[in-house]
Ligand binder design. Structure first.
Ligand code: GLN
Length: 300
């Protein structure tokens, strides 16, 4: 059996099962086994494939047929040029969420040019999952102080490991928390907590509960904790908007990812909770995917 034949057979199995991108998925899964890339697969197409590699490839295709996302099969996903470890304990970082990082950098730029240069820029990433947003921000903006929290201990282990491997151990401070809960307690043993942040970012769960069952099979393999946003999908977004003001500096910024159809409602939620000038950012499909607001507190 040649590499090309094996690839053709397995691609056809994915296509027959109506997988969206059969050739792409099969190519990625085989290239990794053979320690090569797409060009290498073509170049070595006529070579024969070792029996064990072919079996391994076939079993990966079987996992894909059962609905597992390619990222879980590989155990990693690229985000903002970094190679993140992922598992079914965390949401797979999406290209659309790169929009959130881009927006955060733009917002930080505008804060930095207005603020006195002595105050350290600090960022908190809520519902961090694999740590992708916080780690990418710290990587691209090394001067900032980065904090991240998640309610899931299993997710945090992955986030911490990603941070240690991609940056260094303490590049981002990770804490297990239900949103702001550890920051509320002034007698907290961790005195190093910043009381107030320059920027709070989040890609919270925002899918309405009733829509979870209708999601693509591979999305349903992701943790529902990272997807299910309650009846209208806005449970976490409402809580974040309500509480964020206590943990932001004057003119601090809250930036969240959500579904484009939720943006009007979130604009209202932000205005009701003391944020001004809600701003929208578009994802790769040209849809409003990220919304930000500036905390409307008079300077002291
Ligand atoms: N963008 C994800 C999806 O549509 C949802 C992620 C989330 O709820 N934060 O699959």
């Amino acid at each position: 059996m040649t590499i090309q034949n094996s690839l053709t057979i397995e691609t056809a199995r994915l296509r027959a099962a109506h997988i969206d991108t059969p050739a792409l998925d099969a190519g990625i899964l085989l290239a990794e086994i053979l320690h090569t890339d797409k060009a290498g697969l073509i170049l070595h197409g006529p070579d024969s494939i070792p029996e064990g590699d072919n079996e391994n490839f076939r079993s990966r295709i079987n996992r894909r047929l059962a609905g597992e996302p390619v990222a879980y099969i590989l155990g990693r996903k690229e985000f903002r040029g970094l190679d993140f470890t992922v598992s079914p304990d965390v949401l797979v970082p999406r290209p659309d969420t790169e929009t959130l990082v881009e927006a955060a950098l733009q917002e930080l730029d505008s804060v930095q040019s207005g603020a006195d240069s002595n105050s350290r820029i600090s960022v908190l990433d809520l519902c961090t999952g694999s740590g992708a947003i916080a780690i990418a921000l710290k990587n691209e903006c090394p001067g900032l102080e980065a904090w991240a929290s998640d309610i899931s201990g299993a997710a945090l282990s992955i986030a911490r490991a990603n941070c240690a491997r991609l940056l260094h151990d303490n590049a981002v401070h990770f804490i297990q928390a239900d949103l702001f809960q550890p920051f509320q307690n002034p007698s907290s043993p961790n005195a190093a907590f910043p009381k107030q942040f320059t920027l709070i970012v989040s890609n919270p769960p925002y899918i309405p509960s009733a829509e979870i069952g209708g999601l693509a099979k591979e999305v349903r393999m992701e943790p529902s904790l990272a997807l299910d946003g309650g009846r209208d999908g806005l449970d976490l977004i409402r809580r974040i908007a309500r509480e964020a003001g206590h943990y932001l500096k004057d003119n601090g910024i809250l930036l969240m990812e959500a579904d484009p159809r939720q943006m009007d409602a979130i604009r209202g939620i932000l205005l009701d909770n003391g944020f001004r000038e809600p701003r929208l950012y578009k994802d790769l499909a040209g849809l409003d995917r990220v919304i930000s607001g500036t905390l409307n507190r008079e300077s002291k």
